[in-house]
Design a protein around this ligand. Structure first.
Ligand SMILES: NC(=O)NC(NC(N)=O)C(=O)[O-]
Ligand SMILES: [Zn+2]
Ligand SMILES: [Zn+2]
Length: 463
């Protein structure tokens, strides 16, 4: 067979460990994977000295198009993702305007993505008190799952799911074979604590952090787990910020609850000290935590208790990210480009996390969990989605491609630079001596295969 592309001599990061092998691509798919591939190829890439990672599948981004493209859109957002080694992503139903709550709003976002996205993308639908009757339609459209907020989302057009809505939504999701994702912070807790602080004129960064303590996450996670246990729904806990919450998920899973846990690069890289220093660029909800909490999250990840790492890339224009009232500035961190950088520098280099586990949380597990059958692994028959990475190359992250200049990772030092990213065998990003190069291909909408059960864990500590 003749190949379109041959990646020669790289170190492939496979679930069973790093492996020196050639990778042959035809028709956008991986067709051969062997110590030495002899077939003729239209193009050959010398990957000696490089690691070949499965393309990152970022299951949590907010690209906000249509309607708030000036916050972030498919074009700039997917440049950043591609430069960070991502090849597919799942876009949240907010903060695009209107949010994705029914067929018409799904179609509008789908059209925007098909016109502008450089990467393959799936879409989350919303689960709010406004659209319980639209979940069947959204499933028929091909959403990967339903996203609910258990506290205020920041936008009145996307109201939080009260208990009855969340419970009914889970029953529907179970019937429809889709995952429910929760932003799990207790509304009662956070609302009261925030009001008390503001009433006393306390509105600094530390006051904000103190208004969302770990118990607010643990309480909401427990409630979501109870509802998942009762309804049999598949639950995905997004952006867990504490090891306590991760442990609650692990215990529930041991009891047979179909639950997966996500954390984000910012909880693995920054701490509350950084929030006090960097200000609103590091405001998010749930907020950044202590150094000890960050270490506990890494331990949980190493132990296989964290299934996925998603960026929760959620930028806003600079005017919404400034101001003296920390409660009033927009919450959300720009991190689409740096997920793999954080996993490699903080995980591989500093804490000895095995590469297959890093590939699992960033690619294999999100692909499995959300039914993306041909994504997430370097495997014959899968889409030829991968990133070429020079693992030991130190660099300072200065060239960022997301919409706005404000990015908390700007100036951070990492080892493990992405040299090139390929989507279905086509280059979408390349690091050149003149800077970044981007291809002009467009991504496809990804719709989920019928729901898989929880991802098969990689043994802790690697194979
Ligand atoms: N509306 C948002 O983009 N919210 C996001 N913002 C954060 N995490 O601060 C989120 O995922 O909750
Ligand atoms: Zn959230
Ligand atoms: Zn989010």
């Amino acid at each position: 067979m003749s190949l379109d592309l041959l990646i020669r001599g790289g170190t492939l990061v496979t679930p069973s460990g790093p492996m020196r092998a050639d990778l042959g691509v035809a028709g956008g798919q991986i067709v051969s994977l062997a110590l030495e591939v002899y077939a003729p190829a239209r193009q050959e890439v010398d990957a000696r000295g490089l690691h070949v990672f499965p393309g990152v599948v970022d299951a949590h981004v907010h690209l906000n198009e249509p309607g708030r493209t000036h916050w972030e859109g498919f074009d700039t957002g997917t440049r950043a993702l591609a430069a960070g080694g991502a090849t597919s992503f799942l876009d949240m139903p907010l903060n695009s305007s209107p949010p994705v709550l029914d067929r018409a709003t799904f179609q509008a976002k789908r059209a925007a993505g098909e016109a502008q996205s450089r990467l393959d993308f799936g879409l989350w639908g919303g689960l709010t008190p406004l659209n319980l009757s639209e979940l069947d339609e959204l499933a028929a459209c091909g959403v990967v799952g339903f996203k609910a907020f258990m506290s205020h989302s920041g936008l009145d057009e996307f109201p939080a799911a009260d208990d009855a809505t969340l419970y009914e939504g889970m029953r529907a999701a179970r019937r429809l074979g889709r995952v429910v994702a929760t932003h799990a912070e207790s509304d009662g807790f956070t609302r009261t604590l925030a009001q008390a602080a503001r009433a006393q004129g306390r509105h600094g960064a530390r006051d904000y952090l103190a208004s969302r303590p770990p118990i607010t996450e643990a309480e909401a996670v427990s409630r979501a787990l109870l509802f998942a246990a009762e309804t049999g729904a598949a639950l995905h806990l997004v952006h867990l910020s504490t090891a306590r919450a991760v442990l609650l998920a692990a215990e529930a899973r041991a009891r047979g609850v179909d639950v997966t846990a996500e954390t984000c690069p910012h909880y693995l890289h920054f701490t509350e000290e950084d929030v006090a220093r960097a200000g609103p660029l590091l405001k998010c909800a749930p907020p950044l935590r202590t150094d000890a909490e960050r270490e506990a999250l890494w331990a949980a990840l190493k132990a296989g208790q964290i299934d996925t790492v998603g960026s929760d890339h959620s930028p806003a224009p600079p005017e919404l990210k400034t101001g003296d009232d920390f409660f009033a500035v927009w919450g959300g961190i720009s991190g689409a480009q740096s997920t793999l950088n954080v996993l490699l520098e903080d995980g591989h280099w500093r804490r000895g996390v095995p590469l297959p586990l890093l590939a699992a949380v960033s690619a294999l597990h999100p692909a499995r969990r959300f039914g993306l059958a041909r994504k997430g692994a370097l495997r014959v028959g899968h889409d030829a989605d991968f990133a070429l990475v020079r693992l030991d190359e130190p660099f300072t992250l200065t060239e960022l491609h997301d919409r706005h200049r404000g990015n908390p990772y700007r100036g951070e030092r990492f080892r493990g630079r992405v040299q090139a990213t390929y989507l279905r065998g086509q280059p979408v990003y390349r690091q050149t001596s003149q800077g970044a190069w981007f291809g002009d291909g467009r991504g496809h909408l990804l719709t989920p295969a019928p729901l898989n059960t929880a991802p098969s864990p990689i043994p802790p500590g690697g194979p």
